[in-house]
Design a protein around this ligand. Sequence first.
Ligand SMILES: Cc1cc2nc3c(=O)[nH]c(=O)nc-3n(C[C@H](O)[C@H](O)[C@H](O)COP(=O)(O)OP(=O)(O)OC[C@H]3O[C@@H](n4cnc5c(N)ncnc54)[C@H](O)[C@@H]3O)c2cc1C
Length: 364
Amino acid sequence: MFDFLVVGAGFSGCVISERLAKNGKNVLLVEKRKHIGGNAYDFYNEDGILIHKYGPHIFHTKMKHVWDYLSQFTEWRFYQHRVYSYVDGRYIPFPISIETLKELYGYDFTPREFEEYLVNQREDISEPRNFEEVLLSTIGRDLYEKFYENYTKKQWDLSPSVLDPSVTKRIPIRYNRDTRYFSDPYQGVPKYGYTKLFESLLNNERIHVMLNTDYKDVVNEVRYKFMIYTGPIDYFFDYEIGKLPYRSLQFEFETLEIEEFQPVGTVNYPNDYDFTRITEFKHITGQISPKTTIAYEYPTSDGDPYYPVPTKPAHLLYERYKGKADSIKDIYFVGRLAEYRYYNMDQVVDRALKVAKEILDRDR
Ligand SMILES: Cc1cc2nc3c(=O)[nH]c(=O)nc-3n(C[C@H](O)[C@H](O)[C@H](O)COP(=O)(O)OP(=O)(O)OC[C@H]3O[C@@H](n4cnc5c(N)ncnc54)[C@H](O)[C@@H]3O)c2cc1C
């Protein structure tokens, strides 16, 4: 008899399993893929290069308690991600900062001039109702068209005018010369890779891991008291009231016989080609090798569920599923698939720590 059946071995499932096992609970962790780590899984490919199978993952957080918690299980490589956007045939620093405009227009704005420039560019939209309007009222049409419009269309296969304004929360504008992609005080990647971090989280004899197993194939045969579910919420309910829309990605990996392919970890291609971006993993991992592996990302509507689609109808459907989930006792729905929400890794870890604490407090 297990105390907990945990479905899914991503950050949500692994952190909760670690916390529960550390506090004396027996956990069965069931994962349908052939590996642990969820979308943060990494591995050495046949050319000996450490790659992120489901796209580049950079850990960044403002939450010291999350950083400290994970630091018990890994050392860090203090990496700070930089991204260029390939615009008008040139590499331009992204997100938009003073350096972006310097590269784009050949003029070195002071912070005040930069702000004035943006104010002049802005369209007068007092209450933006969608992603397009948020951007037009923040950076104006020129920058919107150069950096966002086509990228967003490729990414979502939807016009920015039908996307929720909340999409922009992840895309900061910098009123300074900081060209780092993230500005959080804690940033990096696990020194020996994410998979090693997950192995360390699960290194407890009270945790039993079952890979290659859809939980529905075993749920009636296993005895357990509570379930933590981190898979897709609509799948849990057998798509009873419809399928939640997701955007997926197809990755094309290529190993080249050169040391470096591009100057930074990721280059976005908003206006050229069908892929949205190219990542070169060695920048992120710091690995030294005469070869390098890159990944092209092609957004698709089929494939693994990656990004919840930020539209009103999708949100409303999720709310109906949530209503059903809330009425089930003894099952906790946690994580980006179960809560149909774009969570960064630190947010997922924070959420998992809170849920584990709530469960353990209730048990006392
Ligand atoms: C391309 C991409 C890049 C990203 N980059 C970053 C980044 O740079 N920084 C950052 O902070 N975040 C990033 N993220 C977000 C990050 O991946 C998530 O925050 C994190 O993976 C969420 O963890 P999770 O455990 O909730 O979900 P997941 O990692 O998806 O784990 C859920 C697990 O449940 C399993 N599962 C599903 N259904 C079943 C079932 N029926 N039975 C058994 N198992 C099941 C899945 O196989 C999966 O392993 C990125 C996401 C993507 C898609």
